[in-house]
Design a protein around this ligand. Structure first.
Ligand SMILES: [Zn+2]
Length: 310
């Protein structure tokens, strides 16, 4: 692959184009204030309870954060890149990724967990290190700071090195999707699982029609659609697409568009036309989606990819 700085970076989006565009749209249409930066995050990270510990049901506070257990009300709008937790800085998609993992597995503290290019910073990583044998990586340590530098197309780790891999908004920055998925499959232990998030903005996979960059000029090679599942299965994964109950209901209903105005960067009509209903598994009912901010439903989709035991 090309070697000049920035090319082929698998750094994830950070303050991505998606996030910047979404923020502009939200501000223009809804007068939404800027997200509140995280405050004193280390305080919660040092005593973080197991992510499998039950989050209290709704009381006076409508929203809660399953990362740091903050309770309050998200005030910066409903979007995968917003609903920002004022305590730990998680946005909706950060929480949905962790929720997908914990809701699909019994408590498994201490497992070997690799996270590629985590968006969240030191406090989150401290908490993850309390819960898991945690390693975070990045391709070039520029847009994101990992502990180790890994190229997903040639992962410098032995076979079966990890039990769980979380990979949020990274695969779209990798030129060779198949090579990355084969490598991820190789370094997962049998029975291991990857939870995979990419920006799903359209029904079918295609390269960007114009040059697209996230973070610090990290190029986007692919705008994925639901046919990404074919790549996942081709390397051997057993997969489901985890979603909220609202998305499953909407796809099953045969709806051809979203009932309310969609965020402009998402082609939801295309997504609904290409969605594969048999792949869907709802992991959050309406109450959980509202509590944790998994709204709107079309922005909260995560592939669960299981490496078979044999
Ligand atoms: Zn939080």
């Amino acid at each position: 692959m090309a070697a000049h700085p920035g090319q082929g970076s698998v750094a994830s989006c950070g303050m991505s184009l998606l996030r910047r565009v979404a923020r502009r749209v939200l501000r223009r249409h809804r007068s939404v204030p800027a997200a509140t930066p995280a405050a004193a995050p280390a305080a919660w990270a040092g005593s973080a309870v197991s992510p499998w510990a039950v989050v209290a049901p709704r009381t006076a506070a409508p929203n809660a954060c399953l990362v740091c257990r903050w309770e309050g009300e998200y005030t910066d709008g409903w979007h995968a890149e917003f609903a920002t937790c004022p305590q730990c800085g998680s946005v909706a998609r950060d929480r949905f990724l962790l929720w997908c993992y914990i809701s699909r597995n019994p408590e498994q503290l201490g497992v070997r967990l690799l996270e590629t290019s985590p968006r969240m910073g030191e406090a989150y990583r401290t908490a993850m290190g309390r819960w898991f044998d945690y390693l975070c990586s990045d391709y070039d340590l520029s847009a994101h700071k990992g502990v180790v530098q890994l190229d997903l197309q040639a992962i410098a780790r032995p076979d079966a090195s990890f039990d769980v891999i979380l990979t949020p908004h990274v695969l779209e920055h990798v030129p060779d999707t198949g090579a990355a998925l084969r490598e991820i499959y190789r370094v997962l232990a049998p029975g291991g699982r990857m939870y995979l998030q990419v920006p799903l903005l359209q029904g079918h996979t295609a390269p960007p029609t114009t040059p697209e960059f996230h973070g610090d000029n990290t190029p986007v090679f692919w705008r994925f659609g639901f046919d990404l599942v074919d790549h996942l299965r081709a390397v051997g994964f057993q997969t489901s697409l985890l979603c909220t109950a609202e998305w499953l209901h909407t796809v099953r209903s045969g709806a051809t568009d979203w009932p309310t105005r969609c965020s402009q960067e998402f082609d939801v009509a295309s997504m609904l036309a290409a969605a594969r209903v048999d792949d869907l598994v709802a992991v959050a009912d309406d109450a959980a989606a509202a509590r944790f901010g998994f709204l709107p439903a079309y922005m909260h989709l995560t592939w669960e990819c299981v490496k078979p035991l044999a």
